[in-house]
Design a protein around this ligand. Structure first.
Ligand SMILES: *Cc1c(COP(=O)(O)O)cnc(C)c1O
Length: 394
C-alpha cells in the first residue's frame, strides 16, 4: 500500500489529507484494502453506495450499456437518459430534469435557473440569494458562493451571485434578509457536511410559506440526504413543503458519477431555454443507465422499508453509545444519516475505526458522521456497535 500512496502523493495534487489505506474492492457492506483487510462500510463513499458494493444486477446493466453506447452528447436523444429522467421526476414529484456529472454542477444549474427566472420576471441584474450557515453545496465557484463555511470561500472571493447567510432553524434570521431583490433561498433539507443538522418542521415549512408569499424560489439540496437515506424518497417529503428546484446526486448512480437538478413546471416554463445551459457529458447513456437501474433497484429491493424498519434499532444502538461514553455528547440525524456529537476530535475516532475495521466520516468540527449503505441488516448494526464500543473504550 505504501508504494501506491507514495506514487499518488508524488503525482496527485494534495487537496486532501487522505486516510492511509488504499481501497481495492467491495462486496455488499464490506470493503477491502489492497492488502486484503476487511472494513465494515458505514460511509458509503460519502453517501454514494446506497445499494452497497458489487451489486451484480446493477453491474450487468452498466456492462451491457458499455457494449452498446457510452456517450452521445446532448445533440442527440438517448434512451437511458429519457428513462432515468422519467423515473426521477416521478420519485421526486418534479417536472423536468437536467443531468449533470456531479453534485456541484447540479447546484450550478439550479442557481442559473433561479436567477434566469427572476431575470425574466423583472429584468434586473442584482438578484440576491439566501443560503444557510453550516451549509455545503460543492466546490465550484457558484456552489461555493452559497456554501456556509467561510474558510472554504475566503481565498476565492469574489464568487458569483450576491449571497446572504441566515441560520438553520431560525426563521427570523431568514425573513430579516428578504428584500425585493431576493430570488431564491437554498438549503439542504438535512445539512450533511456542516454537522448533520436536520431542518425543524416549523422552520422549513416557514421558509416554504415565505417563498410562496413573495414568489421567491425554494431550492432544496438533496444531494446527500435524498434518495431514501432519511426514510423518505427525498428528505423534504417528510414535511409539508415542495421545492421549486431540487438537486440530487451522490447515490443516484450508486458510484457512477451523475447528478441532476429538477424543476417544477412553474420554473421549467419560465427559466432556462435552448442555449442557456449545457454539458458535454451530462446525461450520457452510461451514467443514465446506471441511474435508471439504481433507481429501479432502490425501489424493487424496498430500501425505504429497510431504512424505516431499522432506524429505531440504529438509533437505539447509537444512543447506547451516547449513554456509555462521556466523550459522546449526543446524537443528531434522521434515518441512515446520523451524527454523534463528540468532545474529542472526530478524525481521531475515524482513524481508530479504520484500525479496528470500520469506515466512517467526520462532519462539521465535532461530529462523527455515519452514512451506511441502505441495505444494511440488523447484524451489520450489531457489528457496528461492537466495533464502536471497542473504538470508544480505546
Ligand atoms: C456532496 C455534496 C455536494 C457536492 O457534490 P459533488 O458531487 O461533490 O460536487 C453538494 N451538496 C451537498 C449537500 C453535498 O453533500
Amino acid at each position: 500500500m505504501n508504494k501506491i500512496i507514495e506514487l499518488a502523493e508524488e503525482n496527485i495534487l494534495h487537496t486532501y489529507n487522505r486516510f492511509q489505506i488504499v481501497l481495492d474492492h467491495g462486496k455488499g457492506v464490506k470493503l477491502y484494502d489492497s492488502e486484503g483487510k476487511e472494513y465494515l462500510d458505514f460511509f458509503s463513499g460519502i453517501g454514494v453506495y446506497a445499494l452497497g458494493h458489487g451489486d451484480e444486477e446493477l453491474n450487468d446493466a452498466i456492462k451491457a450499456q458499455i457494449d452498446k453506447i457510452v456517450h452521445t452528447s446532448n445533440l442527440f436523444y438517448n434512451e437511458p437518459a429519457a428513462r432515468a429522467a422519467a423515473r426521477l421526476n416521478k420519485l421526486a414529484g418534479m417536472d423536468k430534469a437536467f443531468f449533470t456529472n456531479s453534485g456541484a454542477e447540479a447546484i450550478e444549474g439550479a442557481l442559473k435557473a433561479a436567477v434566469k427566472y427572476a431575470y425574466l420576471k423583472d429584468g434586473a441584474h442584482d438578484h440576491e440569494i439566501i443560503a444557510l450557515d453550516h451549509s455545503f453545496h460543492g466546490r465550484t465557484c457558484g456552489a461555493l458562493s452559497v456554501t456556509g463555511k467561510a474558510a472554504y470561500r475566503e481565498a476565492f472571493a469574489p464568487l458569483c451571485a450576491e449571497v446572504k447567510f441566515a441560520k438553520m432553524n431560525d426563521l427570523a434570521s431568514v425573513t430579516e434578509l428578504v428584500n425585493n431583490k431576493t430570488c431564491a433561498i437554498i438549503m439542504e433539507t438535512l445539512q450533511g457536511e456542516g454537522g448533520i443538522y436536520p431542518a425543524d418542521k416549523d422552520f422549513i415549512e416557514g421558509v416554504y410559506k415565505l417563498c410562496q408569499d413573495k414568489d421567491i424560489l425554494l431550492i432544496l439540496d438533496e444531494i446527500q440526504c435524498g434518495l431514501y437515506r432519511t426514510g423518505y424518497p427525498y428528505a423534504w417529503q417528510r414535511y409539508d413543503v415542495h421545492p421549486d428546484i431540487m438537486t440530487t446526486a451522490k447515490a443516484l448512480g450508486n458510484g457512477i458519477p451523475i447528478g441532476a437538478f429538477l424543476l417544477n413546471e412553474k420554473v421549467a416554463k419560465a427559466s432556462l431555454v435552448a442555449g442557456d445551459h449545457g454539458t458535454t457529458y451530462g446525461g450520457n447513456p452510461l451514467a443514465c443507465a446506471a441511474a435508471d437501474k439504481a433507481l429501479e433497484l432502490l425501489e424493487s429491493r424496498k430500501v425505504l422499508d429497510n431504512v424505516r424498519n431499522l432506524t429505531p434499532y440504529l438509533e437505539e444502538k447509537l444512543d447506547a453509545l451516547v449513554s456509555k461514553y462521556d466523550c459522546i455528547k449526543g446524537r443528531r440525524g434522521q434515518g441512515f444519516m446520523q451524527g454523534l456529537i463528540l468532545n474529542v476530535a472526530p478524525a481521531d475516532i475515524v482513524n481508530k475505526g479504520i484500525e479496528k475495521g470500520i469506515l466512517m466520516l467526520t462532519a462539521g468540527t465535532d461530529v462523527l458522521r455515519l452514512l451506511p449503505p441502505l441495505i444494511i441488516t440488523k447484524e451489520d448494526i450489531d457489528r457496528m456497535y461492537e466495533i464502536l464500543d471497542e473504538v470508544f473504550s480505546a
